[in-house]
Write a protein that binds this ligand. Structure first.
Ligand SMILES: [Zn+2]
Length: 182
């Protein structure tokens, strides 16, 4: 399997696709990550380390959630008393969001470099049927350039435009695959 058909196939997909894993790890190392839970000393670097271990297959999803709560302790955050930043499940949402973001970003970069203009977003068994990504993107083709621009504006530049994107929300299980794979 060279491409994940949904979020839960991401680890296996990068394991079988070293070029894609290399792209993901480069992005994890270098691209901006935004979020109040990451403000403060060393927290972004800790998250980068955890995501790298996840993409290298050294730790699973559940372990990644736990690693975030122990290595980015709420108590050491300047927002420690902000219950919106640290609402229950914040550790899981952070890992899911960024794992999906970096994986899909790497796929879109690979497709762009390959000269592919369109991509496909498969339905996922675990998709939330009321989410706009399910209603407006899943089961259909999309433009690589548009999907990449929306993803990078949101997750790379913290420009929270209202256009539907992948990942659309922290529990988004959609992934991007090449059109020819569909
Ligand atoms: Zn989704």
């Amino acid at each position: 399997m060279r491409w994940a058909q949904n979020f839960y196939e991401i680890q296996d997909a990068v394991d079988e696709n070293p070029d894609l894993r290399g792209r993901v790890l480069d992005l994890v190392d270098t691209d901006s990550i935004h979020g109040k839970a990451l403000e403060g000393n060393g927290r972004t670097e800790s998250l980068r380390d955890i995501l790298s271990e996840f993409f290298e297959g050294q730790i699973g999803l559940e372990e990644s959630f736990k690693a975030v709560s122990t290595e980015l302790p709420q108590g050491k955050s300047p927002h420690a008393h902000d219950n919106r930043v640290f609402a229950k499940g914040w550790d899981e949402r952070l890992v899911r969001t960024q794992a999906s973001r970096f994986y899909n970003q790497a796929v879109l970069h690979a497709l762009e470099e390959d000269g592919q203009e369109s991509c496909f977003i498969p339905h996922s068994d675990e998709e939330d049927k009321d989410s706009s990504c399910t209603i407006r993107l899943a089961g259909d083709e999309a433009e690589v350039e548009v999907m990449l621009d929306r993803l990078e504006r949101t997750y790379g530049q913290a420009d929270y435009h209202g256009k539907v994107k992948i990942p659309e929300h922290p529990h988004c299980t959609h992934t991007i695959v090449p059109s020819s794979d569909s």
